[in-house]
Design a protein around this ligand. Structure first.
Ligand code: NAP
Length: 294
């Protein structure tokens, strides 16, 4: 079997198009323009690229992008003050603080001061808790993207055996909560899981979020399984250059799986599209408007 490729570029472009249309309608019919503040502290080159891409996507969707660039020497109290001002600003519907933060700042303290209604990353403990108890919540973007990709293959995930490899707060745990909310039967694996290949072989739907290049092998998969690869790993290639690979050995997995996301071009593009969706949703909730039809 050669797996179908789940094209994250196409699915994300479709979602971004729908969000852009909804933003246009919101501006035309209600005079509301969703706005997001992306806060970057310091000069981490990877973070600078992410923030630039996010701001560009926000502008392309017709939303307002309020970038806040702060020096690497910013104190925790100073960053909290910036966030307090953004919380109070009615034109700002979403706040995203780019991680990692410089070492003098505890990210948990920063996430905790973001207004949960503006927490478009879905990292605030209130949103984490609401998701866990099945209440409407702001949901982290990458996990939401994984679910949308899985649903592009299986419109209903109900009753599926889903295995999540990785239990981070950013990906593994929230994606497992979302799968549970979709009525999948969910197993969460981590570095202490016994006989990981055997557990993976149970999966109708496998989500890998490990951070280890091509760690999940083809013979670990149930034939016909759907594989969502969250990993982004830079590995050396000939000529002193590098390339990006996922957490799944793609060439092998493609021979066994029924459908699989490539890296790059799978989960990656969904993260920004879901950030736009979250910002649109946040703006509608804050303005007391019905949820957008996206
Ligand atoms: P993380 O915080 O480092 O978590 C990795 C998880 O993998 C941990 O739960 C760890 O288990 C588990 N793990 C490590 N080695 C393992 C092993 N040998 N067997 C089983 N489980 C193992 O990473 P993350 O933030 O979730 O990110 C995971 C990957 O996704 C990274 O490659 C990252 O770059 C990528 N990512 C991509 C996007 C995107 O937009 N596409 C967004 C976020 C992250 P323990 O808990 O036991 O240590």
């Amino acid at each position: 079997m050669i797996a179908r490729i789940i094209d994250g570029k196409t699915v994300s472009a479709d979602l971004r198009g729908k969000v852009t249309d909804a933003v246009h309608r919101l501006r035309r019919d209600r005079g509301v323009v969703p706005g997001i503040a992306v806060v970057l502290v310091g000069e981490n080159p990877a973070s600078q690229v992410y923030v630039r891409n996010k701001s560009k996507a926000v502008a392309e969707a017709g939303m307002h992008a309020f970038d806040r660039k702060l020096p690497a020497s910013t104190s925790e109290a100073e960053l909290c003050a910036v966030i307090a001002a953004l919380n109070a600003d009615e034109t700002v519907n979403g706040i995203l603080v780019q991680l990692p933060l410089p070492k003098q700042i505890d990210p948990h303290n920063i996430i905790a001061v973001i207004d949960p209604a503006k927490d478009v990353d879905g990292f605030h403990p209130l949103n984490v808790g609401r998701l866990a108890i099945g209440l409407p919540a702001m949901v982290p973007c990458t996990p939401l993207g994984c679910i949308l990709l899985a649903k592009s293959v299986h419109p209903s995930l109900a009753g599926m055996e889903a295995v999540v490899v990785g239990r981070s707060n950013i990906v593994g745990k929230p994606v497992a909560q979302l799968l549970l909310a979709e009525n999948a039967t969910v197993t969460i694996c981590h570095s202490k899981t016994r006989d990981l290949p055997e557990v993976c072989r149970r999966a109708d739907l496998l989500i890998a979020a490990i951070g280890k290049p091509e760690f999940v092998r083809g013979h670990w998969l149930k034939p016909g399984a759907t594989v969502i690869d969250v990993g982004i790993n830079r590995v050396p290639r000939e000529g002193g250059k590098t390339r990006i690979v996922g957490d799944v050995a793609f060439a092998e997995a493609r021979e066994v799986a029924g459908a699989i996301t490539p890296v790059p071009g799978g989960v990656g593009p969904m993260t920004i599209a879901c950030l736009l969706l979250n910002t649109l949703r946040a703006a509608c909730i804050q303005k007391g408007l019905p949820a957008p039809n996206v």
